[in-house]
Design a protein around this ligand. Structure first.
Ligand code: DX5
Ligand code: ZN
Length: 218
């Protein structure tokens, strides 16, 4: 199984983001960009203008994780900005088919994220149309929280729902991923891993990405 490590810049130094991204780019598959609107979650990260600049100047593909209300508007906008992948929260949306269609029409992959309290079954109708399932392993909103091991069961259920997975749908986990938790998430079936504080609190962030990849591959 192909393993992808997607560092989150949420815990990087926002004042020198280009530099922070450059530190991990060559070791990473995509950069995970957390977009928070202070409505869906009690925190704010970047407005559209700043996000567009980050996506444009990023040397590797960007995985935009939208923790925002009304993803019907935001998701296509993030695809248009050049994100390789756009993930929205199931809980924030009503018009799933419209979002999937609109993001695809702009050439990006589309993912659906599930908060810890949201069951995997809610996406059964859409699993055949999306490109990634994101199982949140913390409550969205903040970096540096502890991995919720009780989410491993949901990761297993998601892997089994993907079945033969002919379309190559990615299964991502986000929250509390570190050298001590990544093996259990990989064993449960995740193949795409977000890591924020583990990477940016490390003395050598690129080496940490490589270490996480090694552990997940075992
Ligand atoms: C949390 C964000 C995560 C966050 C992960 O809402 O979606 O991407 O940056 O940070 P860590 O790895 O520190 O839990
Ligand atoms: Zn995220």
């Amino acid at each position: 199984m192909t393993i992808r490590i997607t560092p989150s810049i949420l815990n990087a130094d926002f004042a020198k983001l280009d530099e922070e991204i450059a530190r991990v780019a060559s070791a990473s598959d995509l950069i995970h960009l957390d977009i928070m609107d202070n409505k869906f979650v009690p925190n704010f990260t970047f407005d559209f203008e700043r996000a567009a600049e980050i996506i444009k100047s990023c040397p590797i593909p960007v995985d935009s994780h939208l923790m925002v209300i009304e993803p019907e508007k935001a998701a296509p906008a993030f695809a248009e900005m050049g994100s390789a992948s756009v993930t929205y929260h199931f809980e924030a949306a009503t018009e799933h088919r419209k979002i999937i269609r609109d993001v695809h029409s702009k050439g990006a992959r589309v993912g659906i994220a599930l908060k810890p309290g949201t069951a995997i079954d809610v996406i059964s109708d859409y699993i055949g149309e999306i490109d990634m399932i994101l199982v949140m392993t913390v409550e969205p909103g903040f970096g540096g929280q502890s991995f919720m091991s009780e989410m491993l069961e949901k990761v297993r259920a998601a892997r089994s729902a993907l079945g033969k997975n002919d379309r190559g749908v990615w299964l991502q986990v986000d929250g509390g991923i570190s050298p001590s938790t990544i093996a259990s998430a990989a064993e449960a079936g995740a193949d795409t891993f977000v890591a924020g504080s583990a990477v940016y609190k490390a003395e050598d962030p690129a080496a940490m990405v490589t270490l996480l990849r090694q552990i997940a591959t075992q």
